[in-house]
Design a protein around this ligand. Structure first.
Ligand code: SF4
Length: 480
């Protein structure tokens, strides 16, 4: 079965929850007295052959226990895999029918409000798969989820807007800090909305890379806070009784939702309880012998007062347009360029491209988009050698970004992966455009929910932190 995690996790064997790793290694000590020339042995499948005395010896059988797995951080840990399993389609259907769920702490909770948040990428994937327009696909998904028992089906534009606005602000702050502290790790600011990249950075590059990663939460997690804190209060439901499902393009988002950082002790729940992907929805529909086109139409809900629902795209990449938005804001705020244009130059490949801003003949900003594991590795190497010329990099684990997520619907027969991604890019570019600074819900949420734009509460709710996982140290500490 193809993995539905991003390439960054697959290629680094961090995804072996789905495909039990062939590389899982338990070191075995072979006692061998050294000869003058040193111990020379050849190891085969069943034993080792001692070249110095010509004898073959059988290797002892090695067992790897659950405790061994939990002690190792080499792949997605067993604890993480359990959390991810809690977000299966079977679990989702069970919650719809029983109106109960088991939270990450093992507590059974009653559900009185089921909220579904639709992100654009999987919705477009399903639109292409079932030959629907994006709007039809969104409304059919709303109808399908409502038929299963959902109370609200929402678009995520507001969370995407808040994430972009916070990222823009964070960049300005980091830029200023870099001027006063040129040796600090303020820039380049690296985008944080891709959990595949964040998981790879935490498990593979640890404390070296983490200070560069933007603290701004991803749209999924901002939506989570919005639903569990703000919406639940308005609906007079306790946050733990809200079951919040997001529809996403990859399994990596399940890992993100499961992070301890996104569990609130005060609310006693996670911000997102279940992530379901395009490919799982396709499977659910197929198991019920229906096509998405057969589902009833229902408008997306809009529980926020003034304004209207609907799928939106953001200018720039199909991963949310972080590089474009941060670039244009920085050009205006830092250099007074209110009409800067973005002309990207492809570097090694179309998945590594950069854009610059010149002022008075001098380059003042250099941004990049790095998609896919190979380009991420190049970027990290540049950073490690102190040779990164960038102020900001939109880093996404999947080649072509989120429209090509690991759990998007697969191409149909006769269609290439590239053709499908091009089709999704076109659909994304044709969606009505969001413009975060003009979103009238934004100032209201900052005022009503977050105590103002630069408040401690806004910082606590819209930002997060990262943690290095010291892989080698932990592995060496294992007592075999
Ligand atoms: Fe998921 Fe997008 Fe990251 Fe791919 S690039 S792992 S789809 S968040």
């Amino acid at each position: 079965m193809a993995s539905r995690f991003s390439g960054a996790l697959q290629l680094t064997d961090l995804d072996d929850f789905i495909t039990p790793s062939q590389e899982c290694i338990k070191p075995v000590k072979i006692e061998k007295k050294k000869t003058k020339t040193g111990a020379k042995i050849k190891i085969g499948e069943d034993g080792y052959f001692d070249i110095s005395n010509g004898r073959e010896q059988k290797l002892q059988k090695v067992e790897i226990t659950l405790a061994d797995c939990l002690a190792c951080s080499g792949c997605i840990t067993s604890a993480e895999s359990v959390l991810v399993t809690r977000q299966s389609q079977e679990e989702l259907l069970r919650v719809f029918s029983e109106k109960k769920y088991i939270d990450t702490k093992g507590n059974t909770k009653n559900v009185s409000l089921i909220v579904i948040s639709l992100s654009p990428q999987p919705t477009l994937s399903l639109a292409a798969r079932y030959k629907l327009t994006p709007e039809e696909a969104a409304r059919k998904l709303a109808g399908y989820f409502k038929s299963l028992g959902a109370d609200l089906v929402l678009d995520m534009t507001i969370a995407e807007d808040l994430s972009l606005l916070e990222a823009q602000q964070e960049f300005l702050q980091r830029y200023q800090e870099q001027q006063t502290d040129p040796n600090g790790k303020h820039l380049p600011m690296l985008a944080s909305s891709c959990p595949g990249w964040v998981c790879y950075a935490e498990k593979t590059h640890g404390n070296f890379i983490l200070p560069y990663i933007s603290s701004t939460k991803s749209p999924q997690q901002i939506m989570g806070s919005l639903v569990k804190q703000y919406l639940s209060k308005h609906r007079e439901v306790s946050p733990g009784e809200v079951y919040h499902v997001t529809v996403m393009p990859c399994y990596d988002k399940k890992l993100e939702a499961s992070r301890e950082d996104f569990y609130s002790d005060m609310m006693n729940c996670h911000d997102v309880d279940c992530v379901i992907t395009a490919i799982e929805l396709e499977q659910m529909l197929s198991n019920s012998n229906i096509s998405l086109g057969d589902a009833p139409l229902s408008p997306l809900d809009w529980p926020w007062g003034e304004g209207e629902s609907g799928l939106r795209s953001h200018a720039g990449s199909g991963s949310g347009g972080y590089a474009d938005h941060v670039f244009l804001h920085a050009a205006e705020q830092l250099f007074g360029e209110s009409n800067a244009t973005l002309v990207y130059k492809n570097l090694r490949n179309p998945d590594f491209r950069e854009v610059t801003l010149e002022k008075d003949g001098k380059e003042v900003l250099r941004f990049a988009v790095a998609n896919g594991f190979r380009n991420i590795q190049n970027l990290v190497q540049k950073l490690k050698r102190g040779k990164s010329p960038y102020h900001y990099v939109e880093v996404m684990a999947c080649p072509s970004g989120c429209l090509n997520g690991g759990a998007q619907a697969r191409p149909v027969s006769g269609e290439s992966g590239r053709e499908l991604v091009s089709q999704l890019e076109l659909l994304y570019s044709e969606l009505p455009r969001a413009h975060p600074p003009s979103n009238r819900l934004v100032p209201r949420l900052y005022a009503e929910w977050l105590d103002g734009r630069d408040s401690d509460k806004a910082r606590a709710v819209l930002h997060t932190g990262y943690h290095a996982v010291e892989k080698s140290d932990m592995a060496l500490n294992i007592k075999w």
